[in-house]
Ligand binder design. Structure first.
Ligand code: PLP
Length: 418
């Protein structure tokens, strides 16, 4: 049997040293017995699952959609970017809602995401923004997906397959006007057009490009990219190609330069109620659509000098009430929030203490009156008069709201509020 040794230095107020083959469970057990637990069970004894959820407000999604509509020209249509599980919000429910709102197109990164939408009942045209990787051509036909094309080979493969099947397929060409990521570089665009063979079975429905500097407000570069895009469209015309959709603007240019909208605009982050960067808050009013919440799983009072979590990076300075929350970095609560993040309990901010673990995070709730096990905790979103924005969390981890949303793990159920 393992040996448990306790060393009380000066009664209950002192740190407890425990040597139990490094077992943290026993450390916790001893602390509990000595200092008492407020309540050991969740208040709601009917709970059948962990209370960590991401609530998604579909009315706020529709508000944001309408706000974007107001911002663009009357003739422009919306391609809603729902890649990466709709930025972590749940691709199928978000897409079905956008479909109800009359969205023109949906944008995914990879064909599998398009297949998931079709299997979920989505009928709206779907653009595969990231292009094709090889053996996905069958999926393109089977699930009526529209690939973005920027390579001759994949264009010709699509033509061959369309002719073999005697079916039609739509594609959008992508030109690189200065992003340096995907797309036919504009200097190679004329030779690309010269070398491709066309087929009545392949409809070249659109042309797109992507702005690189709009998040930083880089007007000159943005103007340059727009001019390059216009030139590419004019060159295509010389080759007898005209497009139903010309599209270049994602959220940031939409907010600042609605002039650059084209016929189709591609917002992502703004649909989810966040801004590409803080400077856009003055241009368009949006409502956050996600609330990340959980409930206090365990509450204990500990004496001053108690170490909290791995590495003992936090040491209580006073008799403290420490709440353990059932959410960790495996759920997307970033480890950089260790000793840095804040959450809301009973409408009051409570600091994260110690390191964020894979499945748990501890917060100091000593200053919050009447706090109890089972209390709701908001990690992103509003509670009472307080709000923790996704931007605040992103700033603390040196990232952007996009990454915070996309990191929310698969085991966090998304609940939809109509
Ligand atoms: C090609 C493309 N268009 C549109 C978007 C949407 O951008 P945002 O979320 O900033 O609106 C993205 C996002 O990464 C993208 O890659």
């Amino acid at each position: 049997m393992s040996r448990l040794s306790l060393n009380f230095q000066s009664g209950f107020e002192s740190p407890i040293l425990i040597d139990f083959k490094g077992s943290r469970c026993y450390e916790l057990f001893v602390l509990l017995t000595i200092h008492g637990v407020r309540e050991s069970m969740m208040k709601d004894s009917t709970a059948t699952r962990r209370p960590t959820v991401a609530e998604v407000d579909l009315r706020a999604l529709s508000f944001n959609y309408r706000q974007i509509q107001k911002r663009i020209s009357k003739r422009a249509k919306i391609l809603a970017v729902v890649k990466a599980n709709a930025y972590g919000h749940g691709a199928v429910p978000i897409s079905l809602e956008l479909e109800k709102l009359g969205v023109e197109y949906l944008g995914v990164a990879i064909s599998e995401e398009g297949v998931e939408l079709r299997k979920g009942g989505v009928k709206t045209p779907i653009l595969i923004l990231g292009g094709l990787y090889g053996n996905e051509i069958d999926q393109v036909f089977r699930y009526r997906l529209t690939p973005v094309v920027f390579q001759k080979d994949s264009f010709h493969l699509l033509i061959e397959e369309a002719e073999r099947r005697r079916e039609k397929v739509k594609i959008h060409f992508k030109v690189d006007t200065g992003m340096g990521r995907l797309g036919i570089p504009t200097n190679l665009w004329p030779s690309f057009l010269k070398e491709i063979r066309q087929s009545p079975r392949v409809e070249i429905e659109g042309i797109l490009s992507h702005f690189a500097m709009t998040d930083e407000g880089g007007t000159t570069y943005t103007q340059h990219q727009w001019n390059e895009f216009q030139k590419a469209i004019a060159i295509a015309r010389e080759f007898g190609i005209s497009f139903k959709y010309l599209h270049m603007a994602s959220s940031a240019p939409l907010a600042t330069f609605p002039f650059y909208s084209g016929d189709l605009v591609r917002p992502g982050i703004m649909l989810y109620g966040s801004y590409p960067s803080p400077m856009y808050q003055n241009f368009i009013q949006l409502r956050p659509i996600m609330t990340l919440k959980t409930r206090i799983h365990f509450l204990k009072s500990v004496p001053p000098g108690t170490k909290i979590s791995y590495g003992g990076t936090f040491l209580t300075k006073r008799e403290s009430l420490i709440a353990t929350l059932p959410i960790g970095y495996a759920d997307g609560y970033n480890r950089l929030l260790s000793n840095q993040g804040e959450v809301l309990v009973r409408g009051v901010r409570a600091p994260v203490v110690g390191r964020v673990c894979m499945d748990f995070v501890m917060v100091d709730v000593t200053h919050i009156p009447k706090v109890t096990t089972g209390d709701e905790v908001v990690l992103i979103g509003r509670q009472g008069r307080e709000r923790i924005s996704v931007e605040e969390v992103a700033e603390k981890i040196g990232s952007i709201s996009y990454e915070v949303f996309c990191s929310i793990g698969e085991r966090v159920p998304r609940l939809y509020k109509e």
